[in-house]
Design a binder for this molecule. Structure first.
Ligand SMILES: Nc1ncnc2c1ncn2[C@@H]1O[C@H](COP(=O)(O)OP(=O)(O)OP(=O)(O)O)[C@@H](O)[C@H]1O
Ligand SMILES: O=P(O)(O)OC[C@H]1O[C@](O)(CO)[C@@H](O)[C@@H]1O
Ligand SMILES: [Mg+2]
Length: 460
């Protein structure tokens, strides 16, 4: 399927087996001059001598990210005519870090099968238990047979962890084990770690490809259109919302709350609300809200209870953290990776609504609080995420085999591309309140915009 490279061992350089014609070279130089003006973002190469080859196909191989005046261009993901690594010389490893997400096992499976079946790579190691597994655990051998059924299970076959990223120890280990391709599946934190590994590998002059595969159920990774597992999560969230709706419409003054994941980004809550149509109000971290007074949540609940007899709220776990913290709950705790541990906005909101209606409005509300967060995160990916995971894994494999390094993969404006890791770690993706999706949500729920001033809130 691919032309292999020839190794010029005495100089430690890689040269292509096919000689370029003068036309190829002239054309490449011409293309380079024209195209380089518009290339802003490209992944690093393990060896600069590859450049002319890439240029020949480059003009049809870019994906463009909106958001800057000229757009930012990334190389298209996919197989290339020539590869950098001799398959029999590849020793690859795969590691999974951070929280769970539907589809991780599919990505692991497809990296293994992609390497083995498309390129004939035999030597693939599984790093157990996240970054710390590089230096504290034994590795396991991964073959298509070993990973054959794992996509049917949730979680990660390789296990995961937070914390424990020690760049020196990890790269020592990569060097000691003779690993030359590192596949890292994880979220923003994991990619920050991957970036440090890539820098250290480069500093030591190792010919090791470092490839990231973005994973986060929160869909908060910048640049890419969406992250894998997100669709599965939105679909599974419907079951919890349906249950809340059934419960509250079966009783008098039923108020249901469903808490969904989303630390700083309310994508799951926003999409699950839109999909369901049984939700009266969606609260996300990006959109401030308030409870009391004119235009507040309590007023809205009371109106809807009078109108429909029940009310369903979807709240993202990161929403309203400042209110919960203001009530004396300890907000300073962090997990092993340094992420802030969130306070439980679901139980806080439940108590607030119950107290307000029973004590101040003398209305007996029937509260039903559902927290399906881990149930949603632990399931296997649905059909469309499974296909998506396959594209990501194969994209990463093609990129590493061709000699790219320090990159992550993902769709940019629907085109799978190679994105320099630094691009996805510089910011987190959040819901833009000025975007059409949020406007559609407001139209469908007709919830308050929570924009009244303090004065307007009290002017009844
Ligand atoms: N700034 C950083 N530098 C180096 N390593 C980091 C950094 N932040 C996180 N890591 C490492 O990355 C791994 C995963 O990080 P984290 O727990 O934040 O999850 P994540 O990758 O962001 O995924 P998710 O948010 O979806 O759970 C951990 O092992 C952690 O030590
Ligand atoms: O409890 P854990 O496993 O640390 O993970 C919880 C966090 O992980 C995430 O799912 C991100 O992976 C967040 O939405 C959530 O706050
Ligand atoms: Mg994270």
């Amino acid at each position: 399927m691919v032309n292999k490279t020839r190794r010029d061992s005495h100089e430690g350089k890689i040269i292509w087996s096919r000689e370029f014609t003068l036309f190829d070279i002239t054309f490449s130089v011409y293309l380079w001059r024209v195209i380089s003006k518009s290339i802003e973002e490209e992944p690093s190469l393990l060896n600069c001598q590859h450049l002319s080859t890439f240029l020949i196909t480059f003009h049809v191989q870019v994906a463009i990210q909106k958001g800057s005046p000229r757009g930012v261009h990334f190389r298209r993901a996919g197989p290339r005519e020539k590869i950098y690594f001799e398959p029999e010389e590849v020793r690859a490893c795969i590691v999974t870090c951070g929280g769970l997400c539907p589809g991780i096992n599919t990505v692991i499976r497809e990296i293994v099968c992609g390497l083995n079946i498309m390129y004939g790579v035999q030597d693939i190691l599984g790093i157990e238990g996240g970054y710390k597994g590089f230096y504290s655990k034994n590795t396991s051998m991964l073959t298509p047979k070993v990973v054959n059924d794992i996509h049917k299970r949730g979680g990660t076959f390789l296990r995961t962890s937070r914390g424990g990223h020690d760049t020196q120890k990890i790269v020592d280990n990569i060097e000691d084990r003779g690993i030359n391709q590192v596949y890292i599946i994880g979220g923003d934190g994991t990619h920050k770690g991957a970036s440090l590994i890539y820098e250290e590998v480069k500093r030591r002059g190792l010919q090791v490809a470092v490839a990231g595969i973005p994973k986060t159920i929160d869909n908060d990774i910048a640049v890419i259109d969406k992250s894998f597992g997100f669709e599965t999560a939105v679909e599974e969230a419907q079951r919890a919302i349906d249950a809340a709706h059934v419960e509250v419409e079966s009783v008098e003054n039923g108020v249901g709350i469903v808490k969904l994941m989303g630390r700083y980004s309310g994508f799951i809550a926003m999409y699950a609300t839109q999909a369901s149509r049984d939700v009266d109000c969606c609260l996300i971290p990006e959109s401030p809200f308030y409870l009391e007074g004119r235009g507040g949540l309590f007023e809205f609940i009371e109106e809807r209870l009078k109108e429909n007899g029940h009310f369903v709220i979807v709240v993202a776990e990161g929403a309203g953290q400042e209110y919960v913290a203001a009530e004396g709950h300890d907000a300073g705790k962090k997990d092993a990776s340094g992420n802030k541990l969130l306070l439980d906005v679901g139980t806080w909101l439940s108590d607030k609504i119950k107290n307000y209606f029973t004590m101040f409005r003398k209305i007996a509300v029937n509260m039903k609080y559902i927290d399906p967060t881990y149930m949603i995160r632990a399931i296997p990916s649905n059909a469309s995420d499974n296909i998506y995971c396959t594209l990501l894994a194969h994209g990463a494999v093609h990129g590493a085999m061709v000699g790219f390094t320090g990159f992550t993969v993902g769709p940019v404006n629907s085109r799978h591309a190679y994105i320099p890791i630094a691009r996805v770690t510089e910011r987190q993706k959040t819901v833009r309140l000025s975007d059409r999706m949020w406007a559609r949500l407001l139209l469908s729920t007709n919830q308050p915009g929570f924009v009244a001033s303090d004065q307007e809130r009290v002017d009844k």
